[in-house]
Design a protein around this ligand. Structure first.
Ligand code: CAA
Length: 263
């Protein structure tokens, strides 16, 4: 791959968008490689992903403006679909994805971050949906996910003005869960991913699915989704080991790490 690197550390997979000359902007090749990378993740041995950008200046500075500049209406729509399809794959990926946002997260960069389950950023991060200044709307899910993430009023203000916000404001409005120094960001992301990976993988996956699917329907239907995914955890090795471990009164055993399975 030319623009994506993938590294496995224990149960954690680290995806790096690596196009630093263009501040990791998303052209068609980057999107295609990201799609392939997700297809190739070994889900039997991976429990959490981290998505980040190469370099210390930018996470992703948006969709590639050069590539978009000559598109027709039909090509523009197809380019939007290409990004949306990959971002939706990320959003519905069976295991949690943490965005470690190490700088500019503009346009498609903010949008890809919002397709991840959890966002943490460095103190030099800058967020925004500047598309209206380029004569377009956000096109990789920004009009939908920003409103769902920070609320309709704040999303409309950010999108209509195209104004960028810094990390402290992103934290204040709930766009990111935490802000770290540049040096600390990746360690924090790995620690978070590792904590998630220590928990029962089937339960974690089912939690992601329950939250995602439940948000799309009314509460009565959402509760049924939860019931099914809750029930689905029973009789698994994870459930037997997790509960058995608690019920054994032996303190030593209670504290031991449960050898969770992926089945
Ligand atoms: N597309 C293509 N190239 C980009 C890019 C982008 N989105 N963002 C940065 N680059 C390139 C620049 O053209 C430049 O390349 P050259 O060295 O070959 O000239 C290189 O990255 C470095 O960028 P700058 O010299 O501009 O760096 P800077 O530090 O002065 O500014 C910046 C950084 C504020 C992020 C500025 O690059 C910028 O404003 N970039 C565009 C941000 C943007 O508008 N993003 C939204 C794109 S639209 C979108 O994403 C649509 C969608 O929803 C699908």
């Amino acid at each position: 791959m030319e623009f994506i690197t993938y590294e496995q550390q224990d149960f954690v997979g680290i995806i790096t968008i690596n196009r630093p000359k263009a501040l990791n902007a998303l052209n068609s090749s980057v999107l295609e490689e990201l799609d392939k990378t997700l297809e190739q993740v070994d889900l039997a041995n991976t429990r959490c992903l981290i998505l980040t950008g190469a370099g210390d200046k930018s996470f992703v500075a948006g969709a590639d403006i050069g590539e978009m500049s000559t598109l027709t209406k039909a090509e523009g729509e197809a380019f939007g679909k290409k990004g949306n399809d990959v971002f939706r794959k990320l959003e519905t990926f069976p295991i949690p994805v943490i965005a470690a946002i190490n700088g500019f997260a503009l346009g498609g960069g903010c949008e890809i971050a919002m397709s991840c389950d959890i966002r943490i950023c460095s103190d030099n991060a800058v967020f925004g949906q500047p598309e209206v200044g380029l004569g377009i709307t956000p096109g990789f899910g920004g009009t939908q996910r920003l409103a769902r993430t920070v609320g309709v009023g704040m999303a409309k203000q950010m999108i209509y003005t195209g104004r960028n916000i810094k990390s402290d404001e992103a934290f204040r409005i709930g766009l990111v869960n935490a802000v770290y120094s540049q040096e600390e960001l990746m360690d924090a992301a790995k620690k978070l991913a590792s904590t998630i990976s220590m928990n029962a993988p089937i339960a974690v996956r089912n939690c992601k699915k329950a939250i995602n699917d439940g948000l799309q329907v009314d509460m009565d239907a959402a509760i049924v989704i939860e019931e099914k995914l809750f029930g689905d955890c029973f009789e698994t090795e994870d459930q037997k080991a997790g509960m058995g471990n608690f019920l054994e009164k032996d303190k030593e055993k209670k504290l031991k790490i449960v050898p969770f399975q992926n089945k």
